[in-house]
Design a protein around this ligand. Structure first.
Ligand code: ADP
Ligand code: MG
Length: 310
């Protein structure tokens, strides 16, 4: 079974459970509306040997990343992170100095993004470090951006360059850990300010964060919105090669769709606010499930696929 097959299975098995007002599985965060406010919650795991190698990255960098990838899911909803819970399983050889340095990185990231640490769990591990972080965010209910709100005719855009993290991972695996791309891979900067700002803009329809590469992530917006997409590959802001930009993942930029007739204004305001462009990379079509990669306006016969966890 694939990762997404398993998640579908979980979603169908919990259909008989009460939702208690929560919008559950399927978006970057679960959402609870109360009056004109929304609370959003998400959790993500980092497992030694799968997501990081203890000998390849300093503990404080892993602490930063453990929270960063979760903050990114809050940003993806158009919300502001307020609090986190941290659960950590530590083998004997990580329980002392390693754990302290990890916490220094974690609290540094929390401080940079105005996030409280309000609880968690600590346990021993027989093998490797496992980390699970839960984050909670808040937003006006009207600001929440769901994967299901893309409409035919929308512009598809991203909030930053793609593929730097993937290029960095390739460099790390070939032994070059001290490059800018390697740093970008180990120490991602979640677009929290951008996410909250985009949340406040009515012309933004759907949004998510880019964790698996847009070749995979865009399909989630397409599926949940019942739409298709045409991507102009020459407009993708690729750090290096196009395949890495589309498929490698872990960039933690935001992928969004927005009303075409208001996109020029949105992009100009974004650039004035963040001093970086909002990159227009294509548009949403009415052909449900059809993702096309265009070059010079013509569909190309290429098969880009994002990162698959298992
Ligand atoms: P993201 O990459 O944004 O963290 P994922 O691809 O990990 O999202 O998960 C997709 C959706 O499936 C999310 O809504 C997530 O909460 C849900 N999900 C993933 N794993 C589980 C699980 N084991 N139990 C319940 N829901 C899950
Ligand atoms: Mg996400």
């Amino acid at each position: 079974m694939t990762e997404f097959g398993f998640i579908d299975k979980i979603a169908s098995m919990c259909r008989s459970l009460p939702d208690n007002g929560w919008e559950g599985i399927g978006d970057d965060c679960a959402v609870l509306l109360s009056g004109d406010r929304a609370t959003v919650v998400s959790c993500d795991m980092l497992v030694e040997g799968v997501h990081f190698l203890r000998h390849a990255a300093p503990a404080h960098i892993i602490g930063r990343k453990a929270l960063a990838v979760n903050l990114s899911d809050i940003a993806a909803m158009g919300a502001r992170p307020t609090a986190a819970l941290l659960s950590i399983a530590l083998p004997d050889d990580a329980a002392g100095a390693w754990a302290e340095e990890f916490m220094a990185g974690f609290t540094q990231m929390a401080s940079e993004h105005g996030t409280a640490l309000i609880g968690g769990d600590t346990t021993a591990s027989k093998q490797g470090v496992s980390i699970s972080v839960t984050v909670i965010g808040t937003a006006p209910a009207a600001n929440i951006k769901r994967r299901s709100d893309a409409r035919a005719g929308d512009i598809v855009a991203v909030t930053g360059m793609l593929g730097e993290s993937g290029a960095g991972l390739q460099q790390i695996l070939s032994g070059r850990c001290d490059t800018p791309a390697a740093h970008a891979h180990m120490n991602p900067a979640p677009h929290t300010a951008e996410g909250e700002w985009l949340g406040s803009r009515r012309e933004v329809h759907a949004m998510m964060d880019i964790s698996d590469g847009i070749a995979s992530d865009l399909r989630h917006i397409m599926e949940r919105s019942g739409v298709g997409a045409d991507i102009d590959t020459e407009h993708v802001p690729a750090f290096d090669d196009l395949r890495t930009a589309l498929c490698a993942g872990e960039d933690y930029k935001l992928l969004l769709t927005a009303r075409a007739d208001r996109f020029g204004l949105l992009a100009a305001d974004f650039e004035a606010r963040f001093r970086r462009p909002l990159y227009k990379i294509g548009h949403i079509t009415a052909q449900a499930g059809l993702l096309r990669w265009l070059r010079g306006g013509t569909p190309e016969d290429v098969d880009f696929r994002g990162f698959v966890h298992f």
